[in-house]
Design a protein around this ligand. Structure first.
Ligand code: FES
Length: 346
């Protein structure tokens, strides 16, 4: 029986809107019905104005002419939302900003459900979002959470997956930080929280080759979400995670990673600590654990989330090894500085 499908429209600025698409309905019709004005002109498969990239899912491409979409483009995953009808849930990269589509990240309200201190420097929080039924995101994405009692917001990636009722996040505790001050001094379960999102183009793509995940500090969060998604959609491709932190106190959730290693076929991980005084086996940075073998000689998808110097160090290291991964997705974050993030996928 045909059912509606969820279509994630991921805009150039990272804003993602989810729409429901009924059987036989084109993505463009569903988007406009939801008041999301994706780029359109002819609506007839002739001009190519709506051409977008399908990141995940299957669909019927509909009727169109070669001038709008060539066979090569279609083979590379490009599609025409004015003609296509989904055959599964889809993720589309829309070549426009959310503002030009007259949409914006949605604001949500939630209740703080729990605060768990994992270490002196790292806290886990969970939220019960009020409109849980309507709220969707992609594993790897983040939201901007308003810090209660202040006019500031901070961005945090989900550690949970959409299938889990509660949203969960990792927070780095930084002396003087707005969210750190709230969580360590004032926060109580039941507090009202507002956030906007989901945001970001750092999300797990369909897995067709080995995956190398690189986490710097609380950059572990989105990779945990991706891992949890893989638990629900296993594949034969191996996954390896390298988790690097600054000090032993920053090292959290190793038991969780060991559980994944024991239960998720093909998953392995290693960790390292930069502090020379660390008790960890590997001292130094994740690049010290990366060689051509770890990268499967380039036949791998790399997902990296960490602070800007880590992203640059990994890029330089890849260049030095002479290895170009099949795909390289990264997200840079500057902990406790601002809600600004830079995301990229290549
Ligand atoms: Fe012209 Fe889709 S709007 S091809």
């Amino acid at each position: 029986m045909s059912t509606s499908h969820s279509v994630a429209l991921n805009f150039e600025d990272g804003v993602t809107r989810f729409i429901g698409c009924r059987p036989g309905e084109t993505v463009a019709d569903a988007a406009y019905a939801a008041r999301v004005n994706i780029p359109l002109d002819c609506r007839d498969g002739a001009c190519g104005t709506c051409k977008s990239l399908c990141e995940s899912g299957s669909y019927d491409g509909g009727d169109y002419i070669d001038e709008a979409l060539t066979d090569d483009e279609a083979a590379a995953g490009y599609c025409l939302p004015c003609q296509m009808t989904p055959e599964s849930d889809l993720v589309l990269r829309i070549p426009a900003t959310s503002a030009s589509a007259r949409t914006a990240p949605a604001e949500h309200t939630a209740k703080l459900a729990s605060i768990e201190r994992y270490s002196a420097t790292t806290v886990g929080i969970t939220l019960d979002v009020d409109d849980r039924e309507a709220f969707a995101f992609l594993p790897g994405q983040y939201v901007n959470i308003a810090v209660p009692g202040t006019d500031q917001a901070r961005s945090y990636s989900f550690t949970s997956v959409p299938e889990q009722e509660r949203l969960s996040f990792l927070v780095k505790i930084t002396p003087g930080g707005a969210m750190s001050g709230y969580l360590t001094e004032r926060a109580r379960p039941g507090d009202r929280i507002t956030f906007t999102g989901p945001l970001g183009s750092f999300f797990l793509r369909p897995r067709t080759r080995p995956t190398l995940m690189l986490a710097g500090g609380t950059g572990l969060a989105p990779l945990l979400s991706m891992l949890e998604r893989v638990v629900r959609a296993p594949s034969d491709s191996p996954m390896h995670l390298l988790y690097g932190v600054t000090t032993d106190e920053d090292l959290v959730l190793l038991d969780t990673l060991r559980d994944y290693e024991a239960t998720l076929p093909g998953f392995t991980f290693d960790h390292c600590v930069a502090d020379p005084a660390s008790t960890a086996l590997n001292k130094g940075y994740v690049t010290g654990l990366m060689d051509a073998g770890t990268l499967n000689d380039g036949d791998c998808d790399v997902y990296l989330c960490g602070p800007p110097p880590m992203v640059e160090a990994v890029r330089t290291h890849l260049h030095g090894l002479g290895v170009t991964p099949a795909s390289f997705h990264y997200e840079k974050f500057a902990p406790a500085v601002s809600a600004d993030r830079e995301k990229a996928a290549a």
